[in-house]
Design a protein around this ligand. Structure first.
Ligand SMILES: [Zn+2]
Length: 511
C-alpha cells in the first residue's frame, strides 16, 4: 500500500540528515572524515568539513553541466581542485597522507553532482581522510582526494599522436569515448549526454565524457588493446618507468603519449563504479553501478558486487540507457570481435572471462607454479598476491587466446584485459610499499606478453594500446585506525552505512 507522505516525515528526515552531517564533521572525527557531501534539493548540493562548507548548484541548460557556488561558510572544503596537485612520485611520498589543506579534489562539483543523480544514492556520502587506515589496508581509495582518484593514462600506436609525457590530466569517464573515437565508431542515433539531454555527437548511448581529442591524430585504429591495471597509482607507474622497471609501458610512452597528471576517477573512486565508467563513458551516478555496494531504496536489497557470489553477475545492474564500448563496437561494426577478460563491465563483449564463470564453462585458475611473472618475494610475503597473480595470468591467457584466434574468431577489434594484482598489492603494502612496486613490474611483464601476441598477429601497426586504471591508491597512516561508527553512536539518527561512507537515513536502521 502506498503511504501518504506527510510533511512531518520530510522535515524529520531533513533534521536527521543534518544531525548526521554535524556528527560527521565534528572535530572529534577530523582525523578520519575529510568531507561530507549531500544534495540539498534538485541540482543543489552541499559539501561540508570540520573547517567549513560550500553550497553550489548545477545549471543544465546547455546540455553540458555548469556549476555555480551559492555560498561558502568558513573554508570551502573543495576550494583546491587542481588535477596536477601532488603529481610526481617524490612529492607524493614526501607529503604522504596530506591533510585537507594540502589535498585537492579535481572536478569536485561535477563528481558530487553526478553521484547524487543515482536513484540508489545515499542521503550523504562521507569521504575518508587520506590518512584513514581502514579494513587493515596500508593503501586505500574511494575518496575525492587527488591521489585516490588519480589513475594512469597512457595511449600509443595507431591513431595516437606521439607527444611523449605531457603535463595534462583526463578523466576516467573519457576513456570509452576516446576508444570509440579511435575505432571510428558511429554516433548513437539516440545518444544522450551528461545532463540526460539529447547529445548529437555521442558515440555511446549515454556519453557523459568526451573523446580525448588532443591525443588523437585523426586517423582510426583497426584494433584497440586496453590493459586496465586495477588501482594502479599513476605516480608509482611513472616512477617505475623512469627506473627502468616497466620497459613495456616505457616503450608505449616512447611511441605515444602519457598524461603525467593521470586520469581522474569519478566519485566514488572505487572499482565497480569506475570500471563501469571507463567501459561506458557514463558516470557511476548514471550507469546503474553506483559503487561496490549500495542500498536499493525500493527493494531494500543491498548489492555487494565484490562478493564472490555476486561479482560475475555485476552487470545485471547496468542501466538500459547505458551502452558499453563493446556493445557500441557491435552496433557500428556488426560481426566484429571483442574480448573482456576479468573485466566487470563485460556487457556486449564477444568473449568474457566472467561469462565463462556465469556459464560454468571455464574460469578455473592456473596453479601458481605455472604463472609467469609473479614476483617470488611478493608471492612469499602475501598469499593474496599469489592468488591475484593466478587471476591475472588467466586474464592474460584468455586475451592471448583471442589474439591467437583460438575460438575460431576474427582478430579482436577491441581486447580489454583486466589485471588485479596492482589493486591487491596496493592495498596490502600501500602504493609506496614493495608489493605495489612488484605488482607494477609483474603487470608490465604481462603487458609485454600481450604485445607479443599482437605482433605475432601481424597487426601492431594498425593497433592502438591504452594502459589505464579505474582509480588511484593512497598510502594510509596506520596510527589513524579508529572506525568512525562508534563516534556516531551518540546520534539518535537511524541510519545504515554501506560501502565505507554511504549513509542512508531511516533505511533498515539496523546500523
Ligand atoms: Zn581497491
Amino acid at each position: 500500500m502506498h503511504q501518504e507522505h506527510r510533511p512531518t516525515d520530510h522535515a524529520e528526515r531533513r533534521d536527521h540528515v543534518e544531525q548526521l552531517e554535524a556528527a560527521l564533521v565534528d572535530s572529534a572525527l577530523a582525523d578520519r572524515v575529510e568531507l561530507v557531501a549531500r544534495p540539498l534539493g534538485q541540482d543543489t548540493y552541499r559539501i561540508a568539513s570540520v573547517e567549513g562548507a560550500v553550497e553550489f548548484d548545477r545549471i543544465t541548460e546547455t546540455g553540458m553541466p555548469e556549476y555555480r557556488v551559492l555560498s561558502v561558510s568558513g573554508r570551502n572544503p573543495v576550494e583546491h581542485q587542481d588535477a596536477a596537485h601532488l603529481s610526481g612520485h617524490a612529492i607524493e611520498r614526501e607529503r604522504a597522507h596530506p591533510d585537507r589543506t594540502d589535498n585537492a579534489y579535481p572536478h569536485a562539483y561535477d563528481s558530487v553532482a553526478q553521484f547524487f543523480d543515482s536513484p540508489a544514492a545515499p542521503d550523504l556520502i562521507a569521504a575518508h581522510t587520506a590518512a584513514h587506515f581502514t579494513d587493515g589496508h596500508l593503501g586505500q581509495h574511494g575518496s575525492l582526494g587527488v591521489v585516490q582518484a588519480r589513475a594512469p593514462f597512457i595511449a600509443s600506436g595507431a591513431g595516437v599522436r606521439p607527444l611523449g609525457i605531457v603535463d595534462r590530466s583526463t578523466r576516467v569517464v573519457n576513456v570509452a569515448p576516446t576508444i570509440a573515437a579511435l575505432l571510428g565508431l558511429d554516433v548513437h542515433p539516440d545518444g544522450i549526454g551528461p545532463t540526460g539531454e539529447r547529445r548529437a555527437d555521442a558515440l555511446l548511448r549515454r556519453q557523459d565524457g568526451d573523446p580525448e581529442r588532443d591525443v588523437l591524430d585523426g586517423s582510426t585504429a583497426d584494433h584497440v588493446v586496453v590493459v586496465l591495471m586495477d588501482g594502479c597509482n599513476a605516480n608509482l607507474l611513472h616512477d617505475a618507468v623512469e627506473a627502468g622497471e616497466a620497459p613495456n609501458v616505457a616503450s608505449l610512452i616512447a611511441d605515444g603519449v602519457a598524461y603525467r597528471n593521470g586520469s581522474i576517477a569519478s566519485l566514488p573512486t572505487a572499482t565497480l563504479a569506475n570500471h563501469t565508467t571507463a567501459a561506458t563513458g557514463a558516470h557511476p551516478g548514471h550507469s546503474g553501478v553506483l559503487h561496490n555496494a549500495w542500498i536499493d531504496r525500493v527493494s531494500g536489497g543491498a548489492p555487494d558486487l565484490l562478493a564472490m557470489d555476486q561479482m560475475f553477475w555485476a552487470m545485471q545492474y547496468l542501466s538500459g540507457e547505458v551502452e558499453s564500448i563493446f556493445a557500441a563496437l557491435e552496433r557500428s561494426r556488426p560481426g566484429s570481435f571483442s574480448s573482456a577478460t576479468f573485466e566487470f563491465c563485460d556487457t556486449g563483449a564477444s568473449f568474457s572471462s566472467f561469462g565463462l564463470v556465469r556459464d560454468r564453462t571455464g574460469g578455473a585458475l592456473p596453479e601458481l607454479d605455472t604463472v609467469e611473472g609473479a614476483d617470488p618475494d611478493a608471492v612469499a610475503a602475501s598469499a593474496a598476491y599469489g592468488f591475484m597473480s593466478r587471476v591475472d595470468h588467466l586474464s592474460l591467457t584468455h586475451t592471448i587466446e583471442c589474439w591467437e584466434q583460438a575460438h575460431g574468431n576474427p582478430l579482436p577489434a577491441l581486447s580489454w584485459c583486466g589485471l588485479a594484482v596492482t589493486d591487491e598489492a596496493g592495498h596490502e603494502s600501500g602504493p609506496h610499499g614493495e608489493l605495489a612496486r612488484a605488482a607494477v613490474r609483474d603487470s608490465d611483464v604481462r603487458l609485454g606478453r600481450l604485445l607479443e601476441a599482437v605482433d605475432r598477429a601481424g597487426v601492431r601497426d594498425r593497433t592502438a594500446v591504452l594502459v589505464i586504471a579505474d582509480h588511484g591508491m593512497e598510502q594510509t597512516n596506520p596510527e589513524v585506525d579508529r572506525d568512525w561508527s562508534e563516534d556516531l553512536s551518540g546520534t539518535d539518527v537511524p541510519h545504515r552505512e554501506v560501502g565505507g561512507g554511504l549513509f542512508y537515513v531511516g533505511v533498515g536502521a539496523t546500523g
